[in-house]
Design a protein around this ligand. Sequence first.
Ligand SMILES: *Cc1c(COP(=O)(O)O)cnc(C)c1O
Length: 266
Amino acid sequence: MLQALLLAYGGPSRAAAVFEPTYALHSHIARLTRTRVAVGERAGDFTLDIDEVKRVMVDAAPDITFLCSPNNPTGRAEPEDTVRRVLDMAPGLVVVDEAYGQFSPWSAFSLLAREPGLVVVRTFSKTWSMAAARLGYLVAAPEVVTQLERVILPYHLDAVKQAAGRLALAFRDEMEQRVSLIVEERGRMAAALGELPVDTWPSEANFILFRPRHRSGSDVWQALVERSVLVRDCSSWDRLEGCLRVTVGSADENDAFLAALREALT
Ligand SMILES: *Cc1c(COP(=O)(O)O)cnc(C)c1O
């Protein structure tokens, strides 16, 4: 879906805006389609600064503006007011990537009816636990979908994948139950992390970004691995120096993580 959007609305002489740090594939696919990438910087707490959004809109006049809500890898969802203000300022399409949308209390779906320039992208990979199916979708105005149909290949969505997606929809209650368990566990983990010598950022996704205060991120990562706990090492990523990202799992997994982290931090 992201590639189709960039094939239809990006390309040479066009620009896509991203606000870093964010999901790396937005700028990566933009570059693959030879779309110029206009980079905005998030504030120190990783929220979107409206003056910075305005600067990027005026400087680059992007044909596509990417938001990621909740933002991967930092975790916070964009507030409704922020998305509305971006929509007001953006000269082109605004794509809200909601790969983690069901973990968040608010979705840009609620703005679609009155915002013809808004596109919401989702995937079966996260909340449906179906990453291997490679199935995603978007919701947008019919005019946008018509443009996308010009660039996607014929029969791009095979019958097996369609069957898998439909079958998954019959298990929506299970998905929602799983999501609400994870949201509950996320709260418990955030509280536990708050008691430890780490900086954390609020999350509306199924992961929490944190930065150990007294040991390097990669040392803590290694110490966790030695205790059979694998988290995402973001410590060498631009703008995320020293940070690790833990995915919220089952209560047992989260307990194992917290126990290992307490040891790893000392
Ligand atoms: C995982 C993810 C996607 C898409 O994942 P697919 O498995 O390719 O469907 C898109 N955006 C964000 C922010 C993601 O984290």
